[in-house]
Design a protein around this ligand. Structure first.
Ligand code: CA
Length: 488
């Protein structure tokens, strides 16, 4: 069966501690619709229960200890997390954890050390001399009291921070001392001079104690939770040689079946290919360029040339490493990388990622169930369900593309031995309906095809070579399948 990921959270989920329960209750349904991997939000204790999980405080606290004002996290307790994971596995869905290794937030105690203030737009450029500050860099986790690990974090385990408690000032502070500094330039993204620093206390992966403790934590986390995959957050801000070492360790201990993918938020194709080469392709990356193409296409309406919709995407050029998506928790309205694909184009975008041959598609919770918050919108569950069924039952075998008109593109999948029907898909961004002559091969000669999505009424009877003229309405999608397969 085709693999499909679902990102099972959006930024504005309620802070009700009930999300792990929602996962558990939804597992049977998710399995039914063809979801094979579920990407769960970060599960560790963060700055508060209203934290989505990207401000982690204690990676060993999965909602078990009274820290940061509560035992639970935004999503529930440790026991509920473990139950959700087990339930997913019982339904044949691979649970994937979101892992935030770049930084730690809100240390327990202040420490005194030296820094240089750096230009936020060029992290190589000091804008002060060396001077002493106080920062919340001592983490000793009083609520956990050494359970699972007695490691305490100090200022020298970090490379930089954003808050000087002595002078009550914020900035980008580079910690000074022997062996201190940002990650080497070639180890992190080059934006802002050196993009090691993202937020909070930036973890220094050149420090051997940090490397050792992080590897120990990864082992503990996998053994404790039974998780079967990782989504690594913010990897362009972390030494890539460390990421490579970590993935190699995981695959050595657990085998290649432990699935790892990551976010490298840079639409530049060369940068990503370089990254994949550096870490030996052991790893899947999000196809950010494809998302940006969808975003542009939605904005430009009929002026966008659909024949370029896959230009410079990972899906097109590095298919085996592309995790495709339409939107996510960062691109949704109101978030840091806001670039939400316009509602009219979402069904078309999902049609592309779910029914084209290449890439591992991700369905976003917010697109499926809707998003909350002031920019919230309704979900597209009905159409995504139909596209998921097409992916589960029809989108198999070889592919031929007909990307030959700026306002109407199409492709066919020929099916395989088990699922021979195949499909013929068309999308249009034009102001009037489109059509395309496409062939499903002689095996389908004489068969009658209908639009599975029900948008375009009528039937298409294929000739003796399996050719047919397929239609699609303006700004729409249609996916034609063998009518006989619908009755089964
Ligand atoms: Ca970093």
């Amino acid at each position: 069966m085709n693999n499909t990921i679902m990102q099972y959270f959006e930024w504005y989920l309620p802070d009700d501690g009930k999300h792990w329960q929602r996962v558990k209750e939804d597992a049977a349904h998710l399995s039914e619709i063809g979801i094979t991997k579920l990407w769960l939000p970060p599960s560790f204790k963060s700055t508060g229960t209203n934290d989505v999980g990207y401000g982690p405080y204690d990676l060993y606290d999965l909602g078990e200890f009274d820290q940061k004002g509560n035992v639970r996290t935004k999503y529930g307790t440790k026991d509920e997390y473990l139950e959700a994971i087990n339930t997913l596995k019982e339904h044949g869905i691979m649970p994937i954890a979101d892992i935030v290794l770049n930084h730690k937030a809100q240390g327990d105690e202040k420490e005194t050390f030296e820094v240089m203030k750096m230009d936020p737009e060029n992290r190589q450029q000091p804008i002060s001399d060396k001077y002493e500050i106080e920062g919340y860099t001592h983490f000793y986790f009083p609520g956990r009291q050494g359970r699972y690990s007695d490691f305490e974090w100090h200022w020298y385990h970090f490379s930089g921070l954003d808050y000087d408690a002595r002078n009550d000032e914020t900035g980008v502070y580079l910690i000074q001392g022997e062996g201190k500094g940002w990650a080497d330039n070639e180890e992190v993204d080059s934006e802002k001079g050196n993009f090691d620093y993202l937020m909070f206390n930036d973890i220094d992966y050149r420090h051997p104690e940090v490397v050792e403790e992080t590897k120990r934590w990864v082992k503990w986390f996998i053994e404790t939770t039974g998780i079967e995959g990782f989504r690594l957050d913010a990897i362009k801000h972390i030494d890539r040689s460390f990421i490579q070492e970590l993935i190699a360790q995981i695959h050595a201990e657990l085998g290649e079946k432990f699935y790892v993918f990551g976010e490298y938020w840079n639409a530049d194709y060369e940068t990503k290919v370089d990254y994949l080469e550096d870490i030996d392709f052991d790893f899947d990356l999000f196809d950010v360029k494809l998302h940006m193409n969808f975003y542009e296409a939605a904005l430009q309406n009929e002026n966008y040339d659909l024949t370029h919709i896959l230009d410079q995407t990972l899906l097109e050029d590095q298919a085996w490493n592309a995790v495709t998506f339409v939107d996510n928790h960062d691109t949704q309205a109101g978030q840091s990388l806001e670039s939400e694909v316009g509602a009219w184009f979402k069904p078309l975008a999902y049609g592309l990622i779910l029914l084209l041959r290449n890439g591992l598609p991700t369905v976003f919770y917010g697109d499926y169930y809707g998003t909350q918050g002031e920019n919230g919108h309704e979900g597209h569950q009905e159409i995504i369900d139909k596209l998921l069924r097409l992916r589960r039952d029809y989108a198999y075998g070889e592919e031929t593309r007909y990307f030959d008109h700026p306002n109407c593109i199409g492709w066919v999948r020929y099916g395989d031995d088990d699922r021979p029907s195949g499909l013929a898909a068309l999308i249009s961004n034009g102001t009037e309906e489109g059509f395309k002559d496409m062939s499903l091969g002689e095996l389908n000669a004489g068969k009658t095809f209908v639009d599975y999505l029900g948008y375009y009424e009528g039937e298409v009877t294929l000739d003796e070579q399996g050719n047919g003229r397929f239609h699609v309405h303006e700004k729409s999608i249609s996916v034609w399948v063998d009518k006989e397969t619908l009755a089964e």
